[in-house]
Write a protein of this length. Sequence first.
Length: 453
Amino acid sequence: MNTLASPESSLPYFDAIIVGAGLGGLSTGLHLKKRGMRVALLEQASRVGGLCGTCQFEGREYVIACNDFGKAMPEWLASVGVRQTFTRHSTHIHYEGRRFSLPPDLRSIIHLLPHGADLIRYAKGQKASRASGFSLYPTVGALVNATVRHPMVADILKIPAYLMGVSPDTLRLDSLDDEFRFAYGYTQPTTPDGGPQAMADAMAECVRETGEIFLGTRYLAHQAESDGIKLVNTDRGQFRCRHLIDATARESAIAPDARRGLPLAMFWLAVDRQYNWPRGVHTNIHYPAGVSSWFGALERGELPPTFGFHVFKSDLATQGDCNTLNVYFYLPKGQEHPDADLQSKVHRYVFSRIESMLPGLNRAIVEQHFISPTRFTTLHGMSSRVLPVITAAGEPKPDNYDADRDIWYAGAASFPPGDHGSAAVLSGKIVADRIAGASADKRARSHTEGVPA
């Protein structure tokens, strides 16, 4: 164990203790380690990664949730010594007999080329709204409806809302700016080779070079001692530290009446290994026309005649005779645990349309499992909501530091903006930078005042 007992106690001492070993906690630990600090992560689960991981279910391994990232992720992890390779890939959007690609390919450009005027008006409207502090067009839907005339172009520009689990009239327009402001790079998606758990495990391995990760350990409370030292109580004993970082989801900080995005439901599929998944493509999206209409129905608690869903092949190793796939979709609001009739309707819809994107897939399915939002929480102890809380345009994420409690916060629930894995990882760097800066300021003040730091 890479711990030191503090001078005043025989309890294990760390410069920083991080509660939660999801991407935010792992990233914080890596960046503090890079600055020479001794760190420990406390994780109540039996593995690291949080939503970015895999699970065993009836003898097969499936991706839990978070699975692809922006192009910045490989560079960020390499900068803190994580040895993980990534593969760039495409996302295909299947819209009313047409196929668009992200990043855009020649076919996508040809589809959109006749609608240049719409795209120019959209870009100008976005610029004008930015200049107004996003009061002119606070949501993606408001901007698109005001500037774009062709229904197909309007739907394509609204797809970020679908991916975030909200209607276009709900998704904040400034969230699109955040993608470029923080250089996440989701317009050029990439996946970790071996799957998300392999990436989280590689991060954990790097933390353990000089630090500790305590799995199956629940944080209970802490007390402040003298000179900023904290006594941290867990269900497996006590630790002492100078800096305490909470990298959990912070559900308790969300008001009970706060608006939330819809949680994902999913089918886990085991598919014959001989099935020919499209080369270079990670995700296929079934995306019907009129997203504002059909997603609006879902938010009202209704099952619309058409709705979107997306399918991705896991980057896990072939398991015997099969590969595993995830199918993600949103159920009507309030149907986190649907009855058999609704399950049957959704199943018929999805698997009658999946063939148009992936011919022959139905014949290749060996096993399938329906995972409702409620079952997801039961299995993993986490929510499947992409957007945990809906805030108004311009409303900032909670700050990373609570001065009253002297606690730092990392992860996607805090600054910077972005409800995804890349934002969680960037938050770790921001927290580590601020802790290092605060420590340097304290040392400088102590030197100036002639008091030992």
